[in-house]
Design a protein around this ligand. Sequence first.
Ligand code: ATP
Length: 293
Amino acid sequence: MIAVKEHAYAKINLYLDVLAKRDDGFHDIKTVMHTVSLSDEITVSVKPSARPRVTLEIIGNGKLPTDGRNLAVQAAELFLSTLLANSEVHIRLIKRIPVSAGLAGGSTDAAAVLRALNKAFGRPLTEKRLLALASELGSDVPYCLLGGTALCLGRGEIIERLPDKLHLYLVVAVADEHVSTPAAYAELDSIYSDFKSDRTDGAEECFNAVLASVESGILTEHKLFNIFENAIFKTCFGAESIKTKLFELGATHSLMSGSGPSIFGIFDNQKSAEAARDELIKSGIRAYYAETV
Ligand code: ATP
């Protein structure tokens, strides 16, 4: 039996805009993503078998499905069918990333399973083929496969690597609110219609500032931007109040990640970030200290 362990890192969006609704129902997005140290842990154990079989055990979350509805299982099944491999794969997932929070928890697990299985099988698939499998699994999975800092376009699968120079001290916090990603996009469709009309939200300036920060490794003072934020804050009052609290606690920047409702705050140093996390936890909010990785 071969066992391989992989970290599955969460992501945050330092910038997120939606450019168009496509005929296939997806949206074209423009986002700068960064992996953060908040992570799940995946261990795959592989042994020979008469036929392909995938099992999943989850530690730390009793609510997630352990069958074919779980992206980690889907990734393993896709990998085995691509290689026509008759193997039994057992996945042990330690779940720490908050679920349905805009942190790509499921996507990063799927990507980690692909990386781990490719190692366990002696690297039969090139990065290009792994990326193709990843994009079958979901829009964020190709980015999660590579990690680091990247500009992602299309539905997220067109990835341009950016320098990994930014080192950020973060607090990631989640209120007990639910956001459905399709509902979040539907809300944007109703606000922006075809996304073509003149925009007055300063998105382009924010994008240029984020790119300048990423290129130099020094975060500019300019605010960050996520097109989903105002739409989600209309119903997720907890998320908006976390953003306010993060600023009160000394964050220099704060933004919702993905389609929410998680909010991250950026602090000058580890000590002030950890102190802010402790304050949020004291007021009953799930909050985590993290750094960019
Ligand atoms: P994204 O930022 O990519 O939109 P998210 O962080 O908002 O993703 P996830 O945590 O990936 O959301 O969960 C979205 C849905 O995927 C949930 O309904 C969950 O049940 C399902 N799911 C399937 N597999 C997993 C997994 N391994 N971890 C978390 N969620 C999973």
